[in-house]
Design a protein around this ligand. Structure first.
Ligand code: ASP
Length: 469
């Protein structure tokens, strides 16, 4: 059977037929079997496929995590028998399913291509046939024994998209899906072109599935006029929520008024993981860039970078299902698992011990970004002040062996704050973007030293790094 593709039908428009044979005006119902779908389409009968149908075919508006587990299990139990898999699915929640499966199917090295249609197969001018044929071809494609597409994708109209980057953006147009923050993986014209350099690297481990998903999560979209008291009521009355996807403005900005920030602090104080993603179609959350997001940062909100809402939600369900350690969930939410985000974000946080004249902290640069992948770096010292009035605090960032990086690109990593620090009580932000790459090429360690001639007091020191995935 290894030369075949397994079609898994879950429902949606693509698998619907007219209840009265031959009458295209009669209501649509789910097909009973593959023959009913494929008949009248000789080309489908000619393709090397087997067919598996969900017991109940559903409109994808009814999709739930249990359905994702079922899909993963069907793929697992048939994994060694087929070249690849095509999932027939309603378009409405297809991007959620594609995202969820991308986290659940581990060490995948075969194509899992999800497709659907805006118009059922039997209607004139339907998009179903073309979507189906091309999805089967991509799923069955092999090149010198190597599967070309070792990941979960959506194929629609003429474009192959990474599943966890995709979004449904049109309810009518045959170009129904887009991938706003990542290029397409392939185009189907007269030729089928796969962009190999955009695909995930082939996995080395043994394929397996991880099916524990925790759906005690909620998405909240902010808007001008949102009453903080409504949010407070929700979180005071729901006991067991574990994670929140907060859809904010622009680069991750939200209202700065005290009532709103109090609610966010209340939510995070309950141990709930809050992930900040943008309402914009394209772009990345960068908290700390504007004051309007700094307060979220201080409240313990985590950056969801350029995750789509679908990927953010399913990644959170997956990670909450994997571990009870919320700090670990927060850390992993900012690090790429399977191509779902463009950057990794790391935070190294140091808390104040005792006021001292010299305070020194160090941390190891994560192994996976050593060698030049760091593209942005910044240190933020919160609420810096001094016991006794003096006018200078030096903030020194140095590398392995305490060596300086002053010679790099004329950049000074030794800063002196010339202020009356007794009254500062403010955040100091220094960025090292210009030399970030060089830092990660030259050192395995970063050392931050605060130096003054009087004891220094501060809230937190956070060293933040962005790196290419
Ligand atoms: N409501 C349908 C579904 O998502 C629409 C479609 O299949 O395109 O199942």
């Amino acid at each position: 059977m290894l030369d075949k593709v397994l079609i898994i039908n879950t429902g949606g428009t693509i698998g619907m037929v007219h209840s009265e044979k031959g009458n295209t005006m009669s209501p649509l119902r789910p097909a009973e079997n593959w023959d009913e779908i494929a008949k009248e389409h000789l080309v489908l009968e000619g393709l090397a496929t087997d067919y598996y149908q969900f017991e109940t075919l559903i409109d994808s508006s009814d999709i739930s995590p249990e359905n994702w587990v079922k899909m993963a299990e069907v793929i697992e139990s048939n994994y060694n028998e087929y070249r690849g898999f095509v999932i027939l699915h309603g378009t409405d929640t297809m991007s959620y399913t594609a995202s969820a499966l991308s986290f659940m199917l581990k060490d995948l090295d075969k194509p899992v291509i999800i497709t659907g249609a805006q118009v059922p197969l039997q209607k004139p001018r339907s998009d179903a046939l073309q979507n189906l044929i091309t999805a089967i071809q991509i799923a069955g494609n092999e090149f010198y024994g190597i599967r070309l597409v070792p990941e979960v994708c959506i194929f629609f109209r003429d474009t192959l998209l990474r599943g966890n980057r995709s979004r449904k953006n049109d309810a009518r147009n045959y170009f129904g899906f887009s991938s706003p923050n990542y290029p397409s993986l392939g185009e189907a014209g007269a030729e089928l072109g796969i962009k190999k350099n955009k695909l995930l690297k082939k996995n080395e481990g043994n394929f397996h599935i991880e099916t524990a998903l925790d759906n005690r999560v909620i998405i909240i979209e902010i808007f001008p006029g949102l009453k903080p008291s409504y949010l407070m009521n929700i979180f005071e009355s729901i006991e067991d929520v574990k994670g929140v996807i907060l859809k904010t403005y622009g680069n991750g900005n939200a209202p700065t008024n005290e009532d709103f920030i109090d609610v966010i602090n209340f939510i995070t104080s309950k141990g709930i993981v809050v992930i900040n993603i943008t309402q914009c179609t394209t772009g990345t959350v960068k908290m700390g860039m504007y004051e309007a997001s700094t307060k979220l940062l201080d409240a313990g909100v985590v950056s969801g970078l350029d995750l789509t809402p679908e990927a953010a939600l399913t990644k959170l369900m997956y990670l909450l299902g994997k571990t009870d350690d919320t700090e670990e969930v927060k850390r992993l939410m900012s690090i790429d698992i399977c191509g779902e985000q463009t950057l990794n974000h790391y935070n190294f946080k140091f808390a104040q011990n005792n006021p001292a004249k010299i305070c020194k902290f160090s941390f190891d640069i994560p192994e996976e970004i050593a060698g030049g992948d760091m593209i942005e770096a910044a240190v933020r010292i919160k609420k810096l002040s001094q016991k006794n009035k003096v006018d200078k605090v030096s903030i020194i960032v140095s590398l392995e062996g305490d060596s300086f990086i002053e010679n790099i690109d004329n950049f000074q990593c030794k800063k002196k704050i010339h202020k009356n620090t007794e009254n500062i009580h403010e955040d100091i932000l220094l960025n090292f973007n210009k030399c970030a790459k060089k830092i990660s090429e030259e050192s395995k360690e970063i050392i931050v030293t605060l130096e003054s001639d009087k004891a220094i007091v501060w809230g937190d020191i956070v060293f933040s790094i962005y790196a290419e995935c």
